[in-house]
Write a protein that binds this ligand. Structure first.
Ligand SMILES: *Cc1c(COP(=O)(O)O)cnc(C)c1O
Length: 390
């Protein structure tokens, strides 16, 4: 259904499917394709033939990419087999030998590793910037600056960037901007409406939402950027699995409800953590006393289930006892699924522009769809165990 006048909730139900094309079947079937058959030599030799080979697209990838492009208010999208491969494809597509790249200091650590261990080797100058820089980014832009890469809120530490201030400068100076928009899932923030050229997501997180898929995509703001991106993705051999795209499209049907619930649960957890003497700081932009609340309020329409907090300085053993005494927060690296998780993170090891000065350990909670009262009780008993070994 192409009627864009419907409100977003309504569109979520209908986007990325075409029952008439499949004898009325509501959900598009999983398409598994490598070989595409041509009816004639003329069709084979026609460069405009719709599907040429499974790697470069099929009806299901078209449905998924269109749905993601509409979600992000873009022109077109490419899909990739993981969130990280979507990021590396976007960066590779728009950077050349000798270019200068500006990357937010709080970016997802594997993105940083790609910049440091791959892009640098290919002659790209990588510079990390203070995520709170805003319009001050102008001073870092050089003649050879090709891309500004943002992530807001930043992974684990959740600082909000002034995206429109950065894109205004970038557009004046002719620099392309990209953002990792995984936190918002394209629901809570629409980066392209704020002047960003490419929005990238790990559909692994909220979009698929059930901890069973690695998948990514990049949405471009206009035809020229989309075509360039698609050409490079084909050259790099990037394509996503049919089963994964099917599951992600299914996730989209309930995405908004799941995010809303996770956001409500997380706010309760964040408010509870603020009352705990074992916690010295709670990082969650939807808390009115969070330093990033104002910008979050201005640009975002909600918050998700990620709550980070700083544990009061303690021994390694006390931290271990706290984490391992939790029953409803298993240790796990991903987020955006239905289940709550905890993950220790050390921002000191992945910062260079702005030093990380918190003394206690940073623990990141992914708050899931459990009853928040149960989660709070579990954290309470965990802090009890922690106090016992302090
Ligand atoms: C998880 C994540 C990714 C990478 O997704 P994968 O599918 O695991 O490669 C990228 N960016 C952010 C912010 C993430 O949290």
């Amino acid at each position: 259904m192409s009627n864009e006048s419907y409100k977003e909730d309504t569109q979520f139900v209908h986007r990325g499917r075409d029952p008439a094309a499949y004898e009325g079947v509501g959900n598009p079937p999983v398409v598994r394709s490598s070989t595409i058959l041509y009816p004639s030599l003329a069709a084979y030799e026609d460069a405009g033939h719709k599907y040429r080979y499974g790697r470069t697209g099929n009806p299901l990838s078209d449905q998924f990419e269109q749905a993601m492009s509409v979600l992000e208010n873009g022109y077109g999208a490419i899909s990739a087999p993981s969130g990280l491969s979507a990021i590396t494809t976007a960066l590779t597509a728009f950077l050349n030998f000798g270019d200068h790249l500006l990357v937010a200091d709080n970016t997802y650590p594997p993105t940083r590793s790609f910049c440091d261990h791959v892009l640098k080797n290919y002659g790209v100058e990588v510079e990390y910037y203070d995520p709170l820089i805003g319009a001050g980014i102008a001073e870092l832009i050089r003649d050879n600056t090709a891309v500004i890469y943002m992530e807001s809120p930043g992974s684990d530490t959740l600082e909000i960037q002034d995206v429109p201030a950065i894109t205004k400068v970038a557009r004046e100076k002719g620099v392309l901007t990209m953002i990792d928009n995984t936190w918002s899932a394209g629901i809570l923030f629409k980066p392209l409406d704020y002047g960003v050229n490419l929005s990238i997501q790990a559909a692994t997180k909220y979009i698929s939402g059930h901890s069973d898929v690695n998948l990514g995509f990049v949405v471009a703001d206009n035809e020229a950027h989309y075509k360039h991106l698609k050409n490079k993705a084909v050259l790099l051999g990037i394509c996503a699995g049919g089963e994964d795209m099917y599951l992600a499209l299914r996730g989209v049907r309930t995405l908004k409800m799941r995010m809303k619930q996770a956001g409500e649960n997380a706010l309760k957890i964040a408010q509870f953590l603020q009352t705990c003497p074992e916690v010295t700081n709670v990082l969650y932009p939807a808390l009115p006393d969070d330093p990033h609340y104002k910008l979050w309020r201005r640009d975002f329409t909600g918050a998700n289930g990620i709550v980070s907090f700083i544990l009061q300085p303690s021994s390694k053993e006390a931290k271990r006892i706290f984490i391992e005494s939790l029953k409803l927060f298993p240790i796990g690296s991903s987020w955006g699924g239905y289940e709550s998780l905890i993950k220790p993170q050390n921002p000191k090891t992945c910062r260079s522009a702005v030093p990380w000065t918190e003394k206690g350990a940073l623990l990141r909670l992914q708050v899931g769809l459990e009853d928040p009262d149960d989660l709070i009780e579990d954290l309470s008993q965990g802090f009890g165990a922690f106090r016992g070994v302090l």
